[in-house]
Design a protein around this ligand. Sequence first.
Ligand code: PYC
Length: 332
Amino acid sequence: MARKTFFCVDAHTCGNPVRVVAGGGPFLQGKNMSEKRQHFLKEYDWIRKGLMFEPRGHDMMSGSILFPPSDPENDCGILFIETSGCLPMCGHGTIGTVTVMIEEGLVIPKVPGQLRLETPAGLVRVSYVQEGKKVKSVRLVNIKSYLAKENITVISSALGELKVDVAYGGNFYAIVDVQENYTGIDSYAASDLITWSRELRSRLNQAHEFIHPEDPTINGLSHIQWTGAVIDETSSARNAVFYGDKAIDRSPCGTGTSARMAQWYAQGKLKAGDEFVHESIIGSKFIGRIEEETMLNGKQAIVPSIEGWAQVTGYNNIIIDDDDPYAHGFQV
Ligand code: PYC
């Protein structure tokens, strides 16, 4: 490789960036997106680093690459790319990617208003509302989500002893509810939450194993979900989700919302059919719903859905050139 150009459409979902790679992505081997993700990580991770990190991206950058589906019944395959790596599933990424796909005519749905998307975490079904050229809202029916561990102890050097639950909603989340040593997101600076998250994640991963029961390539706790008081009293809950090394999701985080709904379901606070309005750190909202009660490897689980909106912000032909010492990005 000497000079490679990627045609990207940039967007944001409820405030969080989504860079959709519509042209220039690699050919990946594998019979599904989980196997293709492994191939990408082995041979093409430089693409993710170049497009996500500075100087072409930034700490919060997140995106996706589009692939033809492996099963002709489906509309598209999606690989999620982020500063943190290649997530098995990303909710805000799906909402942004669908908006871009439809508004820009990148994929023609087999059934108008609906899409079947192959993601590394499994099949995600989508419905969307379009007015003229614009996609007004997207609802995704996510993969099976469940509460993986309850009330485990982790020590924060800054806050002291914390009790957290860990739930899976496409990624593994440690959920920090308000408790004696933690009084909610508004009590702290976002930069402090970021520093403390790195420590909590590392301690939890050292002390516990988090492995998806059906796909062992999905493993490790990647995100910390701090909770706090809602801004709008009609909302159900609010969060600040830490990802990568320096990011707080500006959206309410789709997989984080799915994980939180699985936690509330397991604790009897939410039941099938209930709506769950989730606010982000900046007050943007996703509307979650429990679509189905189900089982995953003998454990109680739910099929959650998430609704949100996205906005296209621009077109970006991004060049990654071997001559550039920062071709594969950097972090400070
Ligand atoms: O929306 O699922 C999500 C997500 C994961 C990381 C950042 N956003």
